[in-house]
Design a protein around this ligand. Structure first.
Ligand code: G3P
Ligand code: MG
Length: 388
């Protein structure tokens, strides 16, 4: 990125932000003199970066915005991590170690599992409550594997669960993509039978792990489970808890125009449920822009900062370290930028134009501290400010 091009396209936010002064050019200049990446061999950078994935790093499975080159700059010549960074995505559907491998292959750098925070990552904190209870995993990819890797012992995907209830999806026979339902299989069927009786045991909670695939069937079955108190066809009145990994209305995938996300599914489910049931749907949504996500990311970056993975000379107590700046590089103003703004110091928001946001200037409702074209420009800006 040529400096003159960056100057031309970069927008700094000049309006004031609650809890901290705006990052105007003069503040940026101050940063450039007060920060240093590696002032000496035993000093480590006092800043970190959180990258959104969809619309910043990837579109579908394709790297965008010069992301492989940008990330490469965060490692030294030997391939060791130089700058603490992680991915903070509301997406998911596969376990974090597997996603780390996938990202490493796509981006050509070595990503650690501890550098991948997905929308569903906080679900692991609910282990104490549901470890041995029957729970449902909803969404694309391998939602049940995600939960079993967190330690949950009695997990069924909604696909599997629905297949035990004959006729629960009255239009399934018209779905050309549907393979033979689990209960119709002769081969290996015994291995797929869960260690519980789905006809007597109530579902204790449903987890929407990733974007649902078959919205119609999923809304139908979730309504059945939730309005019956956990067992379709019965009544007991109490809705089992429902958890969403995120609440994004839209996100940027491979298609040029934004796609409906988990938040859109939640709205659809909630509207239908509230029409067929006397009590409004109760649910908890995780993911950005929730402040806890940014708190958690800060703590993980601190651990990374102090870990053996970062190229440095001595270790320090990670709890004692505090960053002077943490950058959130995102494409979605109402998710990434809103979240970073709410989180306050030390978070600084950087908005790219490679995803949901395409504006020339800053976003009106959720203005970022900095607007750039691509993640490559974002990293260029950060390294220039922090390391010179
Ligand atoms: O399904 C993924 C989407 O909701 C957002 O992903 O990486 O933009 O937070 P990301
Ligand atoms: Mg995004």
């Amino acid at each position: 990125m040529k400096p003159e091009k960056m100057r031309f396209r970069t927008v700094f936010r000049v309006s004031s932000v609650k809890n901290r002064p705006p990052l105007s050019l003069s503040r940026a200049q101050t940063l450039s003199v007060s920060f240093s990446c590696m002032q000496s061999t035993n000093t480590r950078p006092s800043f970190g970066i959180a990258f959104d994935i969809d619309g910043v790093i990837l579109r579908g499975r394709v790297p965008i915005g010069g992301s492989p080159l940008a990330l490469r700059r965060l490692y030294d010549e030997s391939g060791s991590l130089k700058i603490p960074f992680l991915f903070l995505t509301n997406g998911g559907g596969i376990p974090e170690p597997k996603r780390a491998l996938e990202l490493s292959e796509l981006l050509g750098v070595n990503i650690l599992p501890s550098q991948v925070v997905q929308g569903h990552s906080p679900f692991r904190n609910l282990l104490g409550r549901y470890e041995n209870k029957l729970i449902l995993a909803v969404g694309k990819g391998e939602p049940a594997l995600v939960l079993t890797e967190y330690g949950f012992k009695k997990v069924l995907t909604l696909d599997e669960y629905a297949s035990y209830f004959e006729g629960i999806d009255p239009v399934s026979e018209y779905k050309k993509w549907t393979t033979v339902p689990v209960v119709g299989r002769n081969d290996n069927f015994k291995n797929l039978v869960p260690t519980c009786d789905v006809f007597t045991e109530r579902v204790k909670a449903a987890f929407v792990v990733s974007d649902p695939v078959d919205w119609g069937r999923d809304i139908q079955v979730l309504c059945d489970v939730l309005r019956s108190g956990g067992l379709p066809g019965t009544t007991n009145g109490h809705q089992p808890p429902l958890y969403f990994a995120a609440d994004d209305l839209e996100y940027q995938a491979a298609f040029p125009v934004e796609r409906l996300g988990m938040g859109a599914f939640r709205i659809a489910l909630e509207n239908v449920f509230n029409r067929v049931h006397h009590t409004p749907l109760q649910y908890i949504a995780f993911g950005k822009p929730k402040p806890i996500v940014f708190k958690n990311a800060e703590s993980l970056l601190r651990q990374l900062h102090s870990s053996r993975h970062l190229n440095h000379v001595h270790h320090e107590d990670f709890a004692s370290h505090s960053f002077r700046a943490l950058y959130m590089v995102g494409d979605n103003p109402s998710v990434d930028i809103k979240g970073a703004r709410q989180a306050g110091h030390p978070w600084i928001s950087v908005l790219t134009r490679t995803g949901v946001f395409h504006g020339k200037e800053n976003h009106e409702e959720f203005p970022a501290d900095l607007v750039v074209d691509t993640v490559e420009e974002a990293v260029d800006y950060i390294l220039t400010k922090e390391c010179t």
